[in-house]
Design a protein around this ligand. Structure first.
Ligand SMILES: Nc1ncnc2c1ncn2[C@@H]1O[C@H](COP(=O)(O)OP(=O)(O)OP(=O)(O)O)[C@@H](O)[C@H]1O
Length: 644
């Protein structure tokens, strides 16, 4: 086990992201001091000795950037201060030698990206409720002056809490607060990093325009779209195309998104940040949508959902991201951070200064800002002496795009092949018009559940695969959500976050909207035509045609026979034939008399020729005048021909 700082032991990696690796770690037994039962990691926070935590060790390239280290220290107090039932709490920040690490509460459960991949899209109700909790967390952090800037399903962890009755409930928690801001160092961003993830990045971030808390609302809109459809709204072959789509394309309403939910998504995805709702109003609006689009929604709730646009009030005082606009450097956390901080040399226990376990993080006296000292200690200026943070220039478009290209694969947008697309697999239903006064219909509820999502795994309520079953108790610091005092506490029913397993009831079908492009028509075969041969007797089609032709010919013949002089003509033809044959007969007789044969030769059987000489197989009379043999006749013929 690898020690991190003097208080934590890394046990096993939990996952790797673009900014670092997250480890399961244990608080060292000696961390709390002799006989101590707890380690005072942060002001007001207690980490149990021997307890487990998650430690995010930042990548070397980040940890090696003096600017990042500076931000890390400066952001420390604000990161530690952020507390909300739906925010993963940061317990400690470790700056030690070449290592930067964030110590967080360990969340036992998958992240939302993985959950979505393994279980398919959520119902509109579940997606709305889940996103509402995230919007709550955003509203709290925005009020504290912190913008997340990298909102995406991978940064939402799904803890499982057990309520008083023993029911398990999924509890979304937003993590990685401040990481994007830490990583947004001029040194890092100008070379190879990109703050944000292409599929979720707001247009103003992609363009390097000033960023406000509205970027988080945009990210929430993308995430909401992805939760109900299984894919992000702006796709492309590569990161550049995705960014361009964010800038130029209008999102298209998918077929399974109810109109009120689409109203919310569309407003979150406005290109103009000022037109997006505040996180606070987003949370409220989503709960109204969730109440109004379910199968058990009352007419009043459905009516309220249809009027959700009125709830989506824009943020009057959006929080500006420091360094991205006119208010550069005015970010929260840059002021008033007077916590004692030290940077310790790597390799504790040597001749270096002793680490004070009572202080969360420490900094040594200045010796040259941001420059590693000979012993490997990175020396930082004392807190508060660094002066106002330097304004960063806008992100150059090109460097953003290049950086996006280099983003790790996990965060790239990929084409989702149809066989992997859960929407594609699902049979499409014909839109059903709701009855008057009912929003989204009043279809029969499915199997006793409001939204028709049966639970997987019998008693296990959330459909985790077996290997993912939530592990024992929730993190010690967390109270079940239902026990937390909160003004706007949603009451997520156990089925609220159930993954979609069946086609939805008809009530979720969209209302036709004139401005929205029509959903793709279902691919199918051409309509079948009625067969002319329904019993399928082979050849019958052809036979029928032939008989018809014959019948027509017969009718024609009869008509012609009785209406034209054809019979007379046939009669005369017969006479003509007789005349011709008698003429031929007499002609033959004449020829016979010329050749001297008076009919005593062998006659033929041809009645027409009467008693004519026989014809042999070569076309010669078989009875020849005396004195001529057949060869001689041939010679005669030749001679005659030759004489001409
Ligand atoms: N506090 C935590 N408790 C338990 N697991 C965590 C915690 N934080 C992160 N993880 C897990 O660690 C993995 C990596 O987290 P990380 O935040 O680095 O990923 P990421 O969000 O995809 O990366 P990035 O945001 O840096 O691009 C995630 O899959 C997540 O499940």
């Amino acid at each position: 086990m690898r020690p991190v700082g003097s208080k934590y032991l890394l046990e096993e990696p939990l996952g790797r992201g673009a900014t670092g690796t997250v480890w399961r770690a244990r608080v060292r037994d000696d961390a709390g001091g002799a006989g101590g039962g707890a380690a005072e990691g942060v002001p007001g926070g207690v980490v149990a000795v021997g307890g487990t935590v998650a430690v995010k060790v930042l990548k070397e390239e980040l940890a090696g950037d003096p600017d990042v280290v500076m931000r890390f220290l400066r952001e420390r107090s604000v990161l530690l201060r952020l507390r909300h039932p739906h925010i993963v709490r940061v317990r400690d920040l470790v700056v030690e030698g070449d290592l930067l690490a964030l110590v967080m509460d360990l969340v036992d459960g998958p992240d939302l990206q993985r959950y979505l991949r393994e279980n398919g899209p959520f119902s509109p109700v579940a997606a709305s409720l889940l996103t509402a909790t995230i919007a709550d967390a955003l509203a709290a952090s925005h009020a504290d002056g912190v913008v997340h800037r990298d909102l995406k399903p991978a940064n939402v962890l799904l803890a499982t809490l057990t309520d008083a009755e023993g029911n398990e409930q999924m509890h979304p928690m937003l993590t990685d607060f401040g990481i994007a801001r830490l990583a947004d160092s001029p040194g890092v961003t100008r070379t190879h990093e990109f703050v944000g993830t292409p599929a979720y990045v707001a247009p103003e971030s992609a363009q390097g325009r000033p960023q406000t808390s509205a970027v988080d609302v945009y990210g929430a809109g993308i995430m909401l779209y992805e939760l109900v459809t299984g894919r992000t709204p702006f796709q492309g072959e590569n990161a550049i195309e995705v960014l361009q789509a964010h800038l130029n394309q209008q999102p298209r309403r998918p077929g399974n998104v109810p109109e009120p939910l689409w109203t919310v998504i569309e407003r979150c995805l406005r290109k103009e940040p000022a037109q997006r709702p505040s996180a606070d109003s987003l949370a409220r609006a989503l709960r109204v949508v969730a109440a109004g689009v379910g199968v058990h929604a009352s007419p009043a709730a459905a009516e309220a959902a249809l009027g959700v646009a009125a709830l989506l009030a824009p943020d009057e005082t959006p929080t500006l991201v420091p360094g991205t606009g006119a208010g550069a450097g005015a970010g929260a956390g840059s002021a008033g951070d007077s916590d004692p901080t030290q940077v310790l040399p790597s390799g504790q226990g040597g001749g270096g200064p002793r680490y004070d376990p009572a202080a969360a993080t420490s900094v040594l006296p200045a010796e040259g800002a941001g420059r590693p000292a000979a012993d490997g200690t990175r020396v930082m200026p004392p807190m508060g002496d660094e002066g106002p943070p330097q304004a960063q220039g806008p992100h150059p478009w090109e460097s953003q795009l290049n950086a996006a290209r280099n983003r790790n694969e996990q965060t790239e947008a990929h084409y989702l092949p149809p066989e992997m697309d859960p929407l594609f697999r699902r049979p499409r239903r014909q839109p059903a018009r709701p009855a008057q006064g009912q929003a989204y219909g009043q279809g029969a509820p499915q199997q006793g559940q409001g939204y028709g999502y049966p639970q997987q795994g019998g008693a296990q309520g959330y459909g985790y695969p077996q290997h993912q079953q939530p592990q024992q108790q929730p993190p010690q610091h967390q109270q079940p959500y239902s026990q937390q005092p909160q003004a706007r506490r949603p009451a997520p029913p156990p089925q609220s976050y159930e993954p979609r397993q069946q086609p939805q009831p008809q009530r979720y079908e969209p209302q036709p909207r004139p401005q929205a492009p029509a959903p793709e028509p279902p691919r199918g075969h051409e309509p079948r035509r009625r067969s002319a041969n329904p019993v399928k007797i082979p050849g019958l089609g052809c036979l029928k045609g032939c008989l018809t032709v014959i019948l027509v010919l017969v009718v024609l013949f009869v008509v012609v026979w009785y209406t034209t002089p054809l019979p007379h003509w046939v009669d005369s033809t017969r006479n003509l034939w007789d005349a011709t044959s008698s003429w031929a007969h007499s002609a033959w007789d004449k020829i016979s008399s010329i050749t001297g044969d008076s009919g005593g030769g062998q006659g033929t059987d041809n009645p027409g020729l009467g008693n004519t000489p026989g014809i042999d197989g070569q076309g010669l009379p078989s009875a020849l005048p005396s004195g001529l043999d057949p060869g001689g006749l041939k010679d005669l013929g030749k001679n005659l021909t030759g004489n001409h």
